[in-house]
Structure formats: C-alpha cells, structure tokens
Write a protein that binds this ligand. Sequence first.
Ligand code: FAD
Length: 626
Amino acid sequence: MERHEYDVVVIGAGGAGLRAAIEARQQGKRTAIVCKSLFGKAHTVMAEGGAAAAMGNVNPDDNWMVHFRDTMRGGKFLNNWRMAELHAKEAPDRVWELEAWGALFDRTRDGKISQRNFGGHEYPRLAHVGDRTGLELIRTLQQRVVALQQEDYELHGDYEAYIKVFAECTVTRLLKDGDAISGAFGYWRETGKFILFDTPTVVLATGGIGKSYVVTSNSWEYTGDGHALALLAGANLINMEFIQFHPTGMVWPPSVRGILVTESVRGDGGVLRNSLGERFMFNYVPDVFKDKYATTEEEGDRWYTDQANNRRPPELLPRDEVARAINAEVKAGRGSPQGGVFLDVSSRLPATEIIKRLPSMHHQFKELADVDITKEPMQVGPTCHYIMGGVEVDADTGAASVPGLFAAGEVSGGMHGSNRLGGNSLSDLLVFGRRAGAGAAAYVDGLARRPVVSGVEEAMAEALAPLERASGENPYEVHHELQRTMNELVGIIRKSGEISEALDVVEKLKERAKNTASTGGKIYNPGWHLAIDLRNMLLVSECVAKAALLREESRGGHTRDDYPVMSADWRRKLLVCSAPADGSEVTVVEQEQPGMRADLLTLFDRGELAKYLTGEELAEYDAALA
Ligand code: FAD
C-alpha cells in the first residue's frame, strides 16, 4: 500500500479545500490535496451567481454590518454569529485577494468589481463572472496552487515538495492515535489500490450531501463523505435538519430534473408566475419581511432601476420562502404542465441582454430542454441544493472537537443558521478555508509529538467487504430507495409520522447496506464505490431525519406541516448529532446557542429583534443600550 507523510491533508478540492491548502502551504506546511473527482471538478466550479462580499462597489451604503444583518436574518438568527461576523468582515478581502491572484470579475462602468442583486441581500453584493463565477474562482485558486508549486521547484527542485494533488482518490476513514487525528485511509478510484496518509491534521472540505435525495442540483460525488468521516471520528454535526431546497431547479425533461436554474435570473429581473399568469410571490411575503418587500408589481419593477426609493420584489425573498411558495402553488393546482411554475425573463429583458448576462442558462435550456429562454418562460421547481448543517467547528480556526480535525465550506455547520443566502457560500469557502488552513498549520506547530497511525487493517477490511461477498444486496437499489425515502418523507415539507416512517426505512437500509455485494474487482468499479459511499449517505440521512423529528417548529430550511411557525421555545436550541465509530446509531441532543455579543445585537433595531429573539435576549439588548 502506498504511504505518504504530510503535515496537513486537505480532503476536497473545491473552493474551501483549495483555499485551506494554499494557506497551509503558505505557512510552510507540507500539504496534500485529496479529491475523489477530477482536479477542478467540484461543486464550486458549478456555482453560477457569485460570491457575496460587502465591497460597496455598486451601492456605497453597503458594508459588513449590513451583510451581517442580512445573513442573520436569512438564517433566522440561528447562525453561529461569530462566523457570520468574520464572514461579513473578511469576505471583501478574500475577493480582492482572488483578483490579485488573477481572477477576472465583471466590472462596473467605472472599472470596479461589479456586484449583482440576490435574494435576501439588501444591496447588490455578489461579485461575479457572468453566470460562471465558480469556474473563475476554481481556475484562480488552481492557478495559485501551480504558482506555489513553481516557487517550490525553484527552491527545492521539486514541484510537489510542499503541495501535491491526489485526484480521483477517495478517503474512506480518518485514523486516530487515542483521541487525536493521525491519518487518513482511502483508495484510488481508477485502480482500487489503497493509500494511506500519515498526518496529524485533516481539513475536511468535502462539500454537501445532495445525493441522498432524488431531485438535487448536486452531482455524483456529494454523498456526505466528510460529514460521515467526522461523525465516525468522534466529531459532532450541528443543524442537520436544515436543508436548502433551491426554489428553481429544472423540472423537465426527467433526465435533468433538479439541475440548478441560477437565482441570478430573478436577480436580473426574471419573475415567477403560476398557470393563471399571476406573480404569486406577492401573496407569500411573511410578516417578518413585510416592510422590506414591494407590495405591488409596479414598485417591485421600479426597484431594479431605483433601489433608494423602492422595495425589492418578493421573487427575491430568501430561498426557503420562495421554495415553499412554489410548492404551495403546485399543490393548489396552479403549477406548470410539467409540475413546476413559470420563471420568465423573456418578457423582461431584451434577448441580447439575456444572452450576455445569463449565457449558461441560455445554453443549458437550449441544449437540455430545447427551450429558448429569450422567447419563452422556463419551468422550474424546488431542488435539494445545500445543507446548512455540518461539522461543529470553532469559528476562528475551523477546529472540530477532535484534536487535529478541521472543517471548512459546505461540510461545516453554523455559519448559515437555518438557511443560507445565495452567494454566501462562495465567500464562506474563501473566508473559512483560509482560517481552517491557518488553524491546521498552528495546530501542527503546537504538537509535542507526531501522532502514530493505527486502525489501517480495520479500514481496509471495511472497504473490501462489498467485494468479498459472493452475493448480496445491489448497492444501486439501496441507494434509490434511500433517495426516494428522503425526497418524499424528509423533503421540503415534513410531518412527524412521515419522518418516523423514513427513519424506519433508513434503519432497514442500514442493515441491507451491510450486505451489499459488488462484483467485478477493484479496478474502476463504480458499484463498489457506491457500496462504500452508502455508509455515509445513510448516516447523514439518519442525522437529518432524527434532527428533523425533534425540531417541532418551522424555521429556514426545515418546514414542519404539523408545527408550521417559528417557535420561541426553539429559538436558541441547536441540535447536535454524534455517533460511535461503527456508526451503529446516531444520537441527537439539544445544545443552547451562545448569546450574541452585545455590540452585534445593537446592529439591529429592537422591533426587528423582537420578532426573533427570546425575552432574555431582548433584556441583554436593553442592557447593552442602557
Ligand atoms: P465542493 O466544491 O463541493 O468540493 C468538494 C470536494 O470534496 C470535491 O473536490 C470532491 O471531489 C471532494 N470529496 C468529497 N468527498 C470526498 C472523499 N471521500 N474523498 C476525497 N475527496 C472527496 N454558492 C454561492 O455562494 N454562489 C453561487 O452562485 C452558487 N451556485 C451554485 C450552483 C450550483 C449548481 C450548485 C450545486 C451550488 C452552488 N452554490 C453557490 C453552492 C456552492 O457552490 C457550494 O456550496 C460550494 O461550492 C461548496 O464548496 P466546498 O469547497 O465546500 O465543496
């Protein structure tokens, strides 16, 4: 078996992983980047709309405090407020840093980085490159990795002396020495050969969990690996009940159902209509947002050209609100022919402008659905897009509770509370990727001795098990049943009975998954890879369902039909998942969210806080003002 020694092993080569690796290498650490897909193929590359950062380029009134407020509102105040603060303060520097490393953002007329509108953001805030922002972000970060490798060649005669990429390599277990991380075990996807990383630190940057659902914008590798690796290593996951169903995924044809239709379509003027032609979002503005959104179509339309004197249209409410509204319209029989609603930009912008601003969307609909979005509306519906829940980390360093384990990006939890604002993920990756890389480097510096690898035999036996069974369950069937169950029973609208039913199914599927058999040997065998990934998807689904059953309220990305409103009793409660190393059972316990620092509380007006906070928290606010 191949064996490599590193100071820092970053699992994941999306925005969070690359930014973490760059930081660790810049701090002099020997760093490995491991990714199960091709280098350059990560969710980050698919990001369309942009990275949210309060640079104030388009509206000078924007600043970190407005961004912080928007983020907390979007997350319904369940966010880790320290993370939201760091994110809002540091995002502009991370975007400018990207520019210094060669990123070519779209510009304003006076040559600054252009910023676009997005749901829940008070001002135009998303730095973007057309609707292909993620591609430019990844290109730039990869270019930075190559630049560092060239420096290393000059100094050490070896491009890979300090930073090396292991692509198409899947990590299946984290290894420990006592309580602390000592390594990571995995296999090469192409040959099936095993690989061992001897390392005192692991930064998890593995992205999301969407492949537990049938209808999702996520691609094949988002099987919740990092979430499960952390859980099995003894770390906690928080906020797992909060899943973002993006309001606009493609609904037709069935082969592309779930593929994302960027929010930029609405940010640039697109409107949602039902089968009666009504702009139904005006009927779905919740009380907490009533004073911030237009009440007439005329006012909403004026906002695109005069934001100072008009309120934004309700199509730009946070995603959870828009997704629920679409769901309700379809349920009420006012949906489009293929089971979604209409998203129309064709009657709102000239064709040339649509092609200029939304080139990928134009191409996507033409190629995949034979729809010309400059001439006719799209049909769209909710799709499982993003998980707000993830590894519980220290806000400043990205450290998980297991010594030597760090997490950043979508796999970490807390930053976005119960619902993420669009654009806040790309900036999250940059801010917390950098912090986790620095956190890991500092941890290595503080180590008295290097931990010793153990548990390799067990990890190997676990990985080989599906190949060694002569016959057994088909991993594809188990996967399909899991996806259907999660979609139908723990989806956008949830009920106690249905969630319990889902948990029974997950329990049975866990037993079946222990008996999966994959024929065909170790060389590029996707059936075997799926059999290994099932453990992760099942564990993550158990966390989501158990937390969803416990949280008896509706908040952000968790909507309970039987508890349809936000409840003061749940205001400060976080649900924390843990599991033993064999993953036999997930335990979920309540934990109190730490109270917000007084100077941050005073950024909000009291009337607004009263809509969200407990009496105790309001008393703190009053004391801070006194
Ligand atoms: P990813 O970019 O998802 O990368 C994960 C990495 O981990 C990959 O390299 C993968 O191969 C690797 N990996 C996973 N498991 C393993 C394993 N077991 N072993 C080894 N490697 C592993 N957000 C925004 O802010 N703005 C947008 O405009 C936007 N648009 C989006 C559009 C789409 C279509 C999608 C799907 C998401 C969008 N998002 C957007 C969300 C955002 O792109 C993601 O949340 C973000 O890119 C996640 O980045 P990450 O670095 O955490 O992980």
